[in-house]
Each structure stands twice: as structure tokens, then as C-alpha cells.
Design a protein around this ligand. Sequence first.
Ligand SMILES: [Zn+2]
Length: 489
Amino acid sequence: MQKVDSIVIKMYNTGSIGDCFLLLFQKQGVTSFTMLIDCGGYKTKKESIVQCVEDIKNHIIDDAIDLVVVTHEHEDHVSGFNQAKELFDTITFKQVWMSWAENETDPIARKLFEEKGKKVKALQNMITKSLEQIKQNAGNHVRQNGLKRSLKMRKQNFENALAALAFEDTMALGSLGVRLKINDAMKYVKGKSKVKLKSKMYKKPGQVIDDVKGAEGIKFFILGPPYDSDLKGIKNDEDESEMYAIAARLGMNISSFYFNALLNTLTGDETIRSPFSNKHKLDAKEEKEFNDSFYNNNKNKWRQIEYDWLDAAGEFAIALTSYVNNTSLAMAITIGDKVLLFPADAQSGNWMSWHDEKVTAALKKNGGRDANDLLGDTVFYKVGHHGSHNGTASVSGLEKMQQEKIVVFMPLVQDKVPTQWGGAENFPAKPLYKELIQKTKGALIRTDVGLINDTKAKNLRKQNYTAAEIKQLEKAAENKLYKEWVVKI
Ligand SMILES: [Zn+2]
């Protein structure tokens, strides 16, 4: 059987921050296999994404996509399946891959759903209540300007937090009166798959798929998300040793204490561990005494922390979003010796887990290469999480990429970065950006600006690439609707 000799990669501009990649596997210039990885944009317009899907439809064979991969359930990766549903209705999905975390019958995935669901609900309730309180209080403090300002700030914080939580599925995405949620998009894609077998649809780290019809000679190495019953890897969204910038906020691990306190307060569920040890607990009588004589004493009113401790809600809402990013299906695709790396929005713990002993052994056994080798041979890298400070691991990722010439695609529309993600000035994270420019010798292409034009990047390109190669890079970035790069055997 003739083998695939080149892969065409198209990164679409969906009008906002988001991922939408079409891969065309070709044999002597003829497409033999098509693959779509995600299709979404954050709060993007229907027209923008429909344009992309129209172009996709023009490049597939017989109105069918051989393989559709949905990496994780976030709006910026799946909104297209709602917004361009009419078009997708006319396209067949021969096979769908998702991570084990989307398999509702998987015990670890269920644990994950449940934890996340509880937390989103608790946070939403609490923030909504706090907002009401603020509105009531605002009236009572008209003359106290300082307090008014701080209430205003707190209100803003809470509203941002609610927006971040809305990102976790309460948001309606459809247009023309059809209200579709992220979850509807997930169900839609799953339902469209011609292959229904769960063992074929949901992928776990260590699996290597090398028997796909039309993609002869290609291997798909599944790297993440980490499949551990303690969810430790998934909860590790920011690992100091792996980041290009220091965290400005608390990670998921620390936030567990907060959630426990919150769930404890809201549900009265005694089985939820208090963040404080038992010896600090007051019984009912002690509590009354303390409140009457001290906490509610007029002299101490200014010390009360009724809502102050809830101010961190915004940070925890973001931590929850990180948690879902970390469920990203991360994979490496090999063509001959060359590797294309697609980590979706994987964050520290996901990247680190690719190197776990068990995963390493499985990758070697099933495909003959481990994450170390794959990173070492990477010639195309889809930047993780739109260029955030924790979306590309350092030690477990970028530092292991050793090829002379690496082309990097960054799915980023900078002026569309949501405020609750930390705003446009943090995307791309500056230290990571610098590192990527160095590593690629300027071969970095972004959705919004194309081939980047920083002086450093330009100089590096001139020093390391031939005029013909620079032309090729410029050509890859010239189209407004998509950026296109070809990896040849
Ligand atoms: Zn994303």
C-alpha cells in the first residue's frame, strides 16, 4: 500500500480566539485522508466560522471527514459545531476521537464530571448571592466613597467570575433563536460518528493508532490527558518548574481548600473536609458566645469578613477553566521521522504526564517511540492554549524540541482574549513568546498577524533560512482565512 508522503496543515481564523485545524494527508499530491481538529471561537460570529467550514467542505472528499477530533469541551474549540451546524449536517464524520475524559461511562471521567459540576454550581450560587448583597449594601453607603469604590470593584470581580463560569457550559451559543450549549456540540459530534464503539472513540495516553485507512504510514501517538484515579495530573494546571512566567493566581490544588470550605458552608455536608482542623471547631454554644461578645460587637464591625473571603471567587473560576483545559486530548502525529505536535490546551500537569513511566512504556511498546523522542523530532508545533504562560511546558516540552527547523502555528487573535483569562497583554505570555521565537528561529505564524514581524524574528529568519524558505513561510501566512503549512516526508 502506498504511504502518505505529506501532510497539509490549515489553521483557520474563526474570527476570535479558538482552534480549528484541517489536516490533509496526501500521497503524491492527492488527498487520501482528512482530519479536523476542533472547530471553535470564543464569542465569535456565526458568519466567521461558517466561512471556515465552507472552505473545509471544499477540501474534503465526497463531503466526508475521515477523522474528527474534539480535544476538550470549551467554547473556543467546539462552538463551530453549533454555529455552523447546518453545514456540518451535510458532512459525514467517519470517525470521532475524544479523550477518555468525555466518556460518560468511564469511572475516572465520572469523578471528574461530578467534582467540576459541584464546584461550578457552588461558585455560581455563592457569587450570585454575594452580588445581591452588594447591590443592597450599595444603597446604604452612598456617602462613603471609599466603600462604594470597593463595592464596585468587588461587583466587577464577581461579574468576571460569573463570565468565566459561563464559559463552562451555561452559555448559549446558537443563533436565530436556537440556544445551543457546549454540551450540545459535544453530543452532536459524538452522535455523528459512524464508528460508535466506545473503545475506538475515547483515547487514553499510551495508545498508538497506526491502522487508519487512507493514512497508511502515519502513526497517532496519544500523550494526554493523564489517566489517574486521583486526578492529580489534571489538577496540576500550573507547575512552577514548567512555566515561562510566574503564576499570578492560585492553582487548582490550593483552591481545593477553598472549595471545601465553600461546599461545607453551602451544603452543610459534614463529610466535606473543612480546611481547618477539628481543634479549631466551635460547638454551637461556643460559637454563640464568640459572636455575641466579639465578632458582632459594634467595636469590631470593621473587622468583619462576611464577604471578603469570597473575593477570591474569580481566581477559582479561572482555576476551574484550567482544569478543563487540562483534559485536552494531546497527540503527536508521525510521518516518517517527522513529528507534528498537537497538545490542544494542555497545561503543566498534562505535559508532564506524557513522560510518566507507564505512558513511556506503553508508547514505546505500541509505537516504538516515547514522548522524549517525539518532542525531539517535532518539526511542527501547534502552540498550546493560545500562547498562555502554562500552555507550553518548558522542561517537559519546548526544551526537548531539538530540530534545526521547527515551524510553529499559534492560534491567537490577541484582541479577542477574554478579560477573565487575564487580558490580551498576557497572550502570548512574553517569556514564552521570546523562547518560541528563538527556538523556531523566527518561523512563528499567528492567526491574527501571520508570520511575525518582530525585529528579532526577522533577523533570525535571515540568518537561518534561505531566501526560498523565507518566501515559503511568507506564503504560508498570506491568506486571511487560514494559515497553511506542509510537512513532507
Ligand atoms: Zn482554547
